[in-house]
Design a protein around this ligand. Structure first.
Ligand code: GRF
Length: 209
């Protein structure tokens, strides 16, 4: 499949996907990177890796009253993905909510990485909240994207311990290292058709990390 990676920032998960997909025999091709923020550091990193990368600046899409027009942004995003003949979309630190129409259209063909063990800690500031709740295990989740944020069928998770004296930064770095392991692995499974949604949960064939 032809894969698009959507980012908003530094793009470390994007790089882990680009690096994995560059290995001989990887069952998919990263065809393009798209950022909703023109200043995203990840755009330059993608270009340096030889991947076509561009911004679609969401702030340029406003309705006549000046309010953000999510549907107009998503329509251009969708047209861009179609023009690139994309089969599979990876959200990698893409910090923009997508409209239900867009997510429904790409449902089963769009995956996301979330820095928490879903269904715990949906949304933002997951590491701060995990520390505030005193959980002893934290982690990350790759899941299929559905219209409701951070809710779709779970493909793969990794857990890390929460250690005494952890800061959000220290805990976040421990989680991020695992994100870089499971996102490429989950992408491979999805590309190979070895992660299938059945009755709202994902059945995964045997795999090795
Ligand atoms: C990651 O922690 C990811 O899980 C979250 O946003 C962060 C993006 O980091 N959705 P990067 O841009 O991949 O480095």
């Amino acid at each position: 499949p032809r894969i698009a990676v959507l980012i908003s920032g530094r793009g470390s998960n994007m790089m882990s996907l680009i690096e994995a997909a560059a290995a001989p025999g990887f069952p998919g091709e990263i065809a393009c990177v798209i950022s909703n923020r023109p200043e995203a550091h990840g755009l330059a990193r993608a270009q340096a890796a030889g991947i076509p990368a561009r911004a679609i600046d969401h702030t340029a899409f406003r309705d006549p009253s000046g309010k953000p027009d999510r549907a107009a942004f998503d329509a251009v995003l969708d047209a861009t993905l179609e023009a690139e003949q994309i089969d599979l979309v990876c959200l990698a630190g893409f910090m923009r909510l997508l409209t239900p129409g867009f997510t429904r259209k790409w449902q089963g063909r769009m995956i996301n990485i979330h820095p928490a063990l879903l269904p715990s800690f949906k949304g933002l500031h997951t590491h701060e909240r995990a520390l505030a709740e005193g959980v002893k295990i934290h982690g990350c989740t790759v899941h299929f994207v559905t219209p409701e944020m951070d809710v779709g069928p779970i493909i793969m998770q990794a857990a890390v311990p929460v250690l005494e004296g952890d800061t959000p930064e220290a805990l976040g770095a421990r989680v991020l290292a695992q994100e870089h392991v499971i996102y490429p692995a989950a992408l491979r499974l999805v590309c190979e058709g070895r992660a299938r949604i059945e009755d709202n949960v994902v059945r995964v064939d045997e795999f090795e990390l």
